[in-house]
Design a protein around this ligand. Structure first.
Ligand code: NCD
Length: 362
């Protein structure tokens, strides 16, 4: 069974072909209107969502399928303490595909290991958000005409912003991209994302100064400070409002720079910027629906050809030990044994949250 938990679960060729189909769907929607007739998607959203849930649901409906789902923890047996594994084993009896969002990192991986239907990770805590990256990559391709040789500024909460972690994993795989990471020191990129840059040989710079970086950028990817993931409320209070893109500072950007944001925005971009042709965040919403349509079709196709289960880009793994990331799903899921992989630098990482366990010589 093929699931998409990490953007690395898809090869570059597959991402390119998902984009081609998404563009074809946009041009000839009627061709696809009955493609998923008789199929059901379950959306299991244990964390709030507007775009991700509704775009998955709209995608399924526009393909002729139907949707059922859960929102929040209160309305389902999760509040009674039911595990992710038991939830998805149950949902596998009622639906044909699952999109899941959960506040613990690695929850979607647990879901994919236990469901008998394909699982799409719609966000696992502050870790990953691969379908947002698909929407972002399609937007970049359509707006810039290329996915290579771009200077990409990622700005805001780079520590807890899952869209940024997946975007880095996606865009470092295309040639010649360069990143400028703009954040307060307290919210800088996590170690596992910095490792991605190093492993890919991607040039990157870390700064807290948006004004200085702005003129160099082809893409500015703004993000919200993730209030719900910052443990100390006083830290959030001191950092909120740190970055705000206005019509005035946009005047210093390249005339063809694009402004992206996964949304929701909380003052990071002035509403007045929406009228600037460089503003692309609502285009991302539309592209998000199209690429999710394309992904749903692909996952159903792969069920027929029966692609190997447990497709993992992480290589060999071993059991044992303990993950010290307190947001990792291994801390709440019943009898889930910790499992690790060793990256190319000999660093042992949790397969669920990529948290570094220890450094050992290769
Ligand atoms: C983001 C998310 O949920 O990670 N939104 C989205 O899915 N489009 C960004 C955020 O919540 O800040």
């Amino acid at each position: 069974m093929r699931s998409v938990i990490d953007i690395l679960d898809l090869s570059i060729e597959e991402i390119n072909s998902l984009m081609d189909i998404a563009i074809d769907i946009d041009t000839h929607p009627s061709k696809y209107a009955k493609s998923c007739e008789g199929k059901k998607m379950a959306t299991l959203f244990f964390e709030p969502s507007t775009r991700t849930r509704l775009s998955h649901e709209a995608a399924m409906l526009e393909l002729g399928g139907t949707v059922l789902g859960l929102t929040g923890t209160e309305s389902s047996s999760a509040i009674k303490g039911e595990s992710v594994a038991d939830t998805v084993k149950t949902v596998s009896c009622y639906a044909d595909i699952i999109a899941i969002r959960h506040s613990f990192e690695g929850a979607a991986l647990v879901a994919s290991k236990n469901a008998s239907i394909p699982v799409i990770n719609a966000g696992d805590g502050g870790h990953n958000h691969p379908t947002q990256t698909l929407a972002d990559i399609l937007t970049i391709y359509r707006e810039k005409g290329t996915l290579s040789g771009l200077t990409i500024g990622i700005c805001g909460d780079l520590k807890y912003g899952r869209t940024v972690h997946s975007l880095v994993n996606g865009m470092t795989r295309y040639e010649g991209n360069r990143f400028i990471c703009i954040s307060p020191e307290e919210l800088t990129i996590p170690e596992y994302t910095e490792h991605i840059f190093k492993e890919a040989g991607t040039e990157f710079e870390i700064t807290d100064n948006l004004e200085e970086a702005l003129p160099k950028l082809d893409i500015l990817y703004m993000t919200r400070i993730q209030k719900e993931r910052i443990e100390k409320p006083e830290l959030f209070e001191s950092l909120k409002g740190k970055y705000s893109l206005t019509v005035d500072n946009l005047a210093h950007a390249k005339p063809d720079m694009i402004v992206m944001h996964p949304l929701p925005r909380v003052n990071e971009i002035s509403v007045k910027v929406d009228d600037d042709p460089r503003a692309c965040y609502f285009k991302q919403c539309m592209n998000g629906k199209l690429i999710r349509m394309s992904l749903i079709l692909k996952l159903f196709d792969e069920m027929i050809i029966n692609t190997q289960k447990d497709f993992s880009p992480k290589g060999a793994t071993y059991f044992g030990g303990y993950c010290h990331n307190n947001k990792c799903i291994t801390h709440i899921e019943q009898e889930l044994e910790s499992q690790f992989y060793i990256d190319n630098d000999g660093v042992n990482r949790c397969i669920y949250c990529d948290y570094e366990i220890s450094k050992e010589a290769k």
